[in-house]
Design a protein around this ligand. Structure first.
Ligand code: EPU
Length: 335
């Protein structure tokens, strides 16, 4: 465990923003982390770096969580119970589950980031949220260095939300996540239109974990930029939830407005649609811009600063508000 000085974080965040960590350390065991936290309280954590926009150099000690390993806790004919260390790459873990015929996470293929951060914003895609498979989360209390177990209910999961983004924000470091997955009688969630269309388009009749994972990968690749090629953080904004009355007003003017019913009085509408209507889709502003195939994704063309991206986000928010009277909420963590 060596503390390094003046390290660029460009390779450690999927937006590819080049800020400097004054001090940087990579840890590969919970024990190392406990020892470190006894001496250093003011730390900045980085794991997969896939849900953050860095707007300034980091003067705190940057701790890169790099703990690896998957263990099978128990299994029976129907289910397997796994515990996965925080530093495992999410997509590689999902692919491993698919290859082992463990079902539940296949719709979440190709989501950037690491296992340890998946509960924080309850990652979700194509009709599945990770909360559906999480049994518990193990986390280290930064102040006491004690390990605490949060049950699924303790995590208070919501849409792109959990206790780790609310009352317990910045108090814990997630060290491992446990999952319950199916070994037989898999429940295939293909209710999300695009998956069925993709499978039918390829003439795939056989539904299995691999064909669904492959379909999700194909859909994501066609819409979302690969962070290895063009810096981004996935959805930059949350999909806003508005009242039914406001929705009906907008729908009068835009009858094709896509929407999802949240409750009898609330409707969620895609932020990507609002941003596209506001004229930003595919537009470039200096070193950053709005992705041409999914307006919810802001991209770094190579040399953008975090502030440039943040200013673009503000401009988008302002225009969407002027046009629709809807306030977009940023989904990524702006540092
Ligand atoms: N749409 C537009 N223009 C756009 C983008 C989308 O009109 O530029 C419309 C689409 O036509 C569609 C609707 O918006 O009718 C929904 O689009 P999409 O299926 O792409 O999903 P989304 O609501 O934009 C959410 C998640 C994504 C996830 C997809 C698929 C959020 C904030 N985003 O996007 O998550 O992959 O559903 O399930 O909930 C992420 O969080 O990083 C992420 C990519």
């Amino acid at each position: 465990m060596t503390i390094l000085n003046n390290i660029s974080l460009k390779e450690y965040n999927t937006f590819g923003i080049d800020v400097i960590a004054k001090r940087f350390v990579s840890i590969d065991s919970v024990y190392q982390l406990q020892q470190l936290l006894k001496k250093e309280k003011d730390v900045f954590l980085i794991s997969g770096g896939s849900n953050m926009l860095l707007t300034k150099d980091i003067n705190k000690l940057v701790v890169h969580i790099n703990t690896k390993g998957i263990s099978i806790d128990k299994e029976d004919d129907s289910n397997v119970y796994l515990t996965v260390n925080a530093g495992e790459n999410w997509h590689e873990f999902v692919l491993w589950c698919v290859s082992e015929n463990y079902g539940g996470l296949e719709n979440l293929s190709l989501i950037p980031g690491n296992v340890g951060t998946c509960p924080i914003q309850n990652i979700g895609a194509y009709g599945v949220e990770v909360k559906d498979c999480i049994t518990k989360v193990e986390a280290l209390n930064i102040d006491t260095q004690k390990l605490t177990t949060f049950s699924n209910a303790d995590c208070k999961f919501g849409y792109r939300n959990s206790i780790f983004k609310q009352e317990e924000k910045n108090k814990y470091i997630i060290t491992a996540v446990s999952f319950k997955l199916t070994k037989s009688n898999h429940v295939f969630n293909t209710s999300y239109g695009a998956i069925e269309t993709e499978l039918k388009g390829k003439g795939i009749i056989n539904r299995n974990l691999k064909t669904i994972s492959d379909a999700v990968i194909a859909i994501r690749n066609s819409k979302l930029p690969n962070p290895k090629e063009i810096g981004n953080s996935g959805s930059f904004f949350k999909n806003p939830v508005i009242s039914k009355e406001d929705f009906l007003e907008i729908q009068k003017e835009y009858p094709t407005l896509p929407f999802y019913k949240v409750s009898d009085s609330e409707i969620k509408i895609p932020a990507g649609w609002l941003i596209e209507q506001a004229g930003f889709k595919g537009k470039r502003f200096g070193n950053c811009g709005v992705h041409d195939k999914q307006a919810l994704v802001l991209v770094n063309y190579g040399n953008a600063t975090g502030l440039e991206v943040f200013k673009l986000a503000e401009k988008i928010k302002d225009t969407v508000y002027t046009n629709f009277k809807i306030s977009l909420e940023i989904e990524v963590n702006v540092i």
